[in-house]
Design a protein around this ligand. Sequence first.
Ligand SMILES: [Zn+2]
Ligand SMILES: [Zn+2]
Length: 350
Amino acid sequence: MQTQMQAVTYAGPGKFRLETRPVPRLLDGRDALVRVTLASICASDLHIKHGGVPRAVPGVVVGHEMVGVVEQVGAQVTAVRPGDRVAVNVETFCGSCFFCRRGSVNNCTDPQGGWALGCRIDGGQAEYVRVPFADNGLTPIPAGVTDEAALFVGDILSTGYWGAGLGEIRPGDTVLVLGAGPTGLCCMLCARLFSPAHIVAADVLPERLALAGRLGCADRTVLMGHDDAAAALGALTEGRGADVVIEAAGGRGTFEAAWRLARPGANVCVVALYDKPQTLPLPEMYGKNLTFKTGGVDANACGELLRLIERGALDTTALITHRFPLSRAMEAYDLFEARRDGVVKIALAP
Ligand SMILES: [Zn+2]
Ligand SMILES: [Zn+2]
């Protein structure tokens, strides 16, 4: 087996680079070594690059969205075997602590628990990745599901599924999703599983809204700052507003739009990662009786997601707009960061 590999690393604030690194080794009986067959670049990688994730460790191999083939497993791993094609979960979790037992795997109290891969421990924009707690963090990919179809299962699709689940969407509801970037699109695709009457996509970029319509994610679109969002929602709900709001934008004013466009009694789910504090003007919203839910994904449904993909109920392959070899990862980052050429998601092949 090879001993050196290519990997994208965080070289300190503002700097990512492609480096040669040793192929990782198993450090624990519950670890697995995965040969990465496809990885993706996520907006969170850019947050790390620009110092927006203080717990990210300089020198770490980045990347937390990938699929691959199990190369080696530790003695205590039982759920996967060498040769298995697997989706890698963004979160590594012990499965036995207080939070894991309640499904809150994002808050796993193990030092390697939660979002560690590609942030606090070496991740998967590389040829190989060591995955702790492999029994929990790796999910075998069904034979009929391609790597591209499974690529987003562990991260943005998990987020979409979790975000849509938080909304407790009922058949006939009108769901507003703020943000038609990759995560917002995944929220819309997953919201559709709950049979709402309408999914309204809102964004400031017309091309993203066009994509949301083209992919069949949303049946209505609202160009923020241009269209009258309240009127558009009112027209669908006899003037009430959205039954469920999923805020996946994290932009200026989007938190305020989320609660203002919600009807009284709505669930407002904040999936977005903000870089600034937001205000919650309770006097103004008094009596509106909103339920707010916030947070980072508990990615504990990868098996379910892969079954939905296998059945044809979910398909995120159209989000992959660009493909690069890992050796050109820096070029891919430039394109992704500058949002050039209609980029939505990039697949990196080692
Ligand atoms: Zn991510
Ligand atoms: Zn745990």
